[in-house]
Design a protein around this ligand. Structure first.
Ligand code: CMC
Length: 432
């Protein structure tokens, strides 16, 4: 079917220009204005990319109005209940669910790349004892390019695939090593006989003196959280990875850039901020005061874990996590988070009936409940965003691979509306 044509008129100049409306399989079309500057001599202005599609992609689809999330066409609710994280990783990377043989092979490939070069331990030990694990993750992942320097050829699809496997495999090892540095315990080697999530818990909580046997529920909860966080279309960190990669930069540097972007409290850093906020609120009786603060335009406070650029309905991931939160807290009677969950549920209830939040369609997002689960599993707060990064690495490398094999890929280079001084002459320092 031919593209629909949309005409843009420059009435002052008495000119009009035709542009094709590109459509995909699902979702709204996008006006292809790539020749606008050449045709009309001006740019488009869209801060925050509120109305800009930056690429074609076949990986993830979101319908924010209806609260729908699909990975390669499969609803997130089905994957969350039926799949494993590595199966989802295969799906995101290779576009289809694997056969049993393909999955076994993929799991073997990933487990055979879990170890770190021993020199990386020295790199890690150079960090200050209380360095934030996200700072360590960012630095160590970037430094991987130094370890695989010889084999970096981003134009070779085989190399790209191996790098993607390395990143998915090593991310939990690096994340757990950053945690061990933080708590002052020896870094644990990965165990290739364990599944992805169980191995991660082993590297976090075992010591050379004591094994750690993760319970099935802990592994199941981790598997679920990783699936829910695995990809989310062109979010800030994924777009950062794509932009970094568009220049031909190596994948380790690109993923380090993605980690940096994820860290912010408006993005992946929100899960840590939610727990800080719940503790600050402290008691159900204080909820109304904090809701008022969130509504006050003169107060920078926002309800963390609320609102989303794309979802104008309940975030489907938050719905799933909310259910599991109750199960996890019931199964971990030692976890002291039940009061926090009660507080979160109350906060959600009050916010969802408040006109301010209703009018702006502000619903709980994926980060609202995830921290409560992580804490119940014994994962410390400064590791929450690191956990998000481990899972999202799958999405980042899938997008990077998709972009690198797209013949339409060109360096990302936005323009600006310049507000600085006009041309002026240099004045010698003695005359200023
Ligand atoms: N609390 C109070 N007011 C809010 C909130 C909030 N959490 N989020 C948005 N608003 C208000 C905002 O003040 C604005 O009001 P008005 O129209 O009167 O100026 C309106 O809602 C629209 O907000 P926006 O900032 O223009 O929306 P955005 O699409 O640029 O921002 C967001 C989306 C997620 C950054 C924002 O909702 C937010 O800061 N939420 C809290 C942080 C958070 O939970 N982030 C995690 C996002 S989901 C996981 C991820 O992406 O990693």
């Amino acid at each position: 079917m031919a593209d629909q044509i949309i005409t843009i008129s420059d009435k002052a100049a008495g000119k009009s220009f035709d542009y094709p409306l590109k459509t995909g399989t699902l979702g709204p079309g996008a006006l292809d204005i790539s020749s606008l500057y050449r045709d009309a001599g001006f740019f488009t202005y869209d801060p925050g990319f509120m109305a800009t599609a930056s690429c074609h992609s076949a990986i993830t689809f979101i319908d924010g109005e209806k609260g729908v999330l699909l990975y390669r066409g499969y609803p997130i609710e089905q994957l969350a209940t039926k799949s494993s994280f590595l199966e989802v990783a295969y799906l995101l990377l290779y576009a289809n669910l694997p056969t049993e043989e393909e999955l076994n092979h993929f799991e073997h490939l990933i487990t055979s790349h879990t170890m770190l070069n021993e020199n990386l331990k020295r790199f890690l030990s150079g960090f200050h004892y209380d360095a934030h694990p996200m700072a360590m993750l960012c630095g160590v992942v970037g430094s991987l390019s130094a370890f695989y320097h010889e084999s970096i050829d981003v134009n070779d699809p085989r190399y790209r695939e191996v790098s993607a496997h390395r990143l998915i495999a090593k991310m939990p090892t690096i994340a757990a090593a950053a945690y061990k540095h933080f708590v002052g315990e020896p870094i644990m080697y990965p165990r290739n006989d364990l599944r992805y999530g169980a191995n991660f818990l082993h590297m976090m909580f075992a010591t050379p003196c004591a094994d750690y046997e993760p319970g099935l529920l802990a592994e199941k909860a981790l598997n679920l959280l990783f699936i829910l966080h695995a990809d989310h279309e062109q979010n800030a960190s994924t777009s950062t990875v794509r932009l970094a990669g568009s220049s031909g930069a190596n994948p380790f540097a690109c993923i380090a850039a993605g980690i940096a972007s994820l860290w912010g409290p408006a993005h992946g850093g929100a899960n840590e901020a939610v727990l800080d906020m719940l503790e600050e609120i402290g008691h159900v009786k204080n909820v109304a005061k904090f809701i008022d603060k969130a509504k006050d335009k003169d107060d920078p406070f926002r309800l963390m874990g609320f609102g989303h650029r794309v979802y104008k309905n309940y975030d489907p991931r938050a719905k799933i996590i909310r259910e599991v939160c109750h199960q996890v807290l019931e199964e971990f009677p030692g976890a002291s988070d039940s009061p926090l969950l009660e507080l979160a549920v109350k906060l959600e209830e009050i916010a969802l009936s408040d006109e301010y939040f209703v009018e702006r369609k502000l619903y709980p997002n994926v980060d609202f409940y995830s921290g409560i689960i992580y804490r119940a599993l014994g994962i410390p707060r400064n590791m929450f965003t690191v956990m998000f990064a481990v899972a999202r690495t799958v999405g980042w490398v899938s997008h990077w691979m998709e972009m690198m094999s797209d013949p339409a890929n060109r360096i990302g280079r936005p323009r600006q509306i310049y507000h600085g001084p006009g041309v002026r002459d240099y004045v010698p320092i003695s005359k200023r």
